[in-house]
Design a protein around this ligand. Sequence first.
Ligand code: HEM
Length: 211
Amino acid sequence: MVTLILAGSDSTAGTLAWALSLLLNNREILKKATNELDTEIGSKRMVDVSDLKKLKYLESIIKETLRLYPAAPLSLLHESMENCTLSGYHVASGTRLLTNLSKLQRDPSLYANPLEFCPERFLTTHKEVDVKGQHFELIPFGAGRRICPGISFSLQATKLTLATLLHGFDIVTIDGGPVDMAEQIGFTNIRASPLQVILTPRLTSHIYDKI
Ligand code: HEM
């Protein structure tokens, strides 16, 4: 249980903070996300779990966030159980391997303008790519038999929280300026400084009574 809480909290909260930071620095993308929410949900109620499958643009924002800021940038250690050859390299039994997800997911041979926050790529050139371990150019949750067991929960929690925040509130930085994107590298990749924002309700007040 402790493992699940430790592995699940920083990673999911961190991803949410990166998504908001990226959106605040790319306000035209934020606007497109709120437009999608207004079209699909309207202004008379809060977001519901059943709405999530309709929010394709928001889904592409989460994929793009996980591409640029994978919560576990070096994944976890895997130990080779036997001698094998991997992409032409001899790997002796007992060797411990890490996958550099940050580097992989910012590889210019896999993504055009790899450092740019461009959710649209997951609706066009990379439409078929998902994060579930089948497409090796995007594996923020790892792949194979040790893939993150929290994947469905965290994708659902991130999408619901982000949708609820963006639909329910106008969000700006405290000084109106850009968000500092410095990373604090550790076991999980989190922001170096806390993200501080001002939230202003965008829906009529009685809708918030249900929160
Ligand atoms: C955005 C959120 C998350 C990301 C990006 C993420 C990413 C990862 C990655 C890359 C691994 C290593 C996979 C490998 O070894 O190949 C992992 C393992 C793991 N994750 Fe997550 N994770 C997230 C959320 C969660 C949540 C919410 C939970 C639990 C509720 C969780 C529980 C675990 C556990 C227990 C492992 C170890 C699995 C094993 O070694 O067999 N994670 N995660």
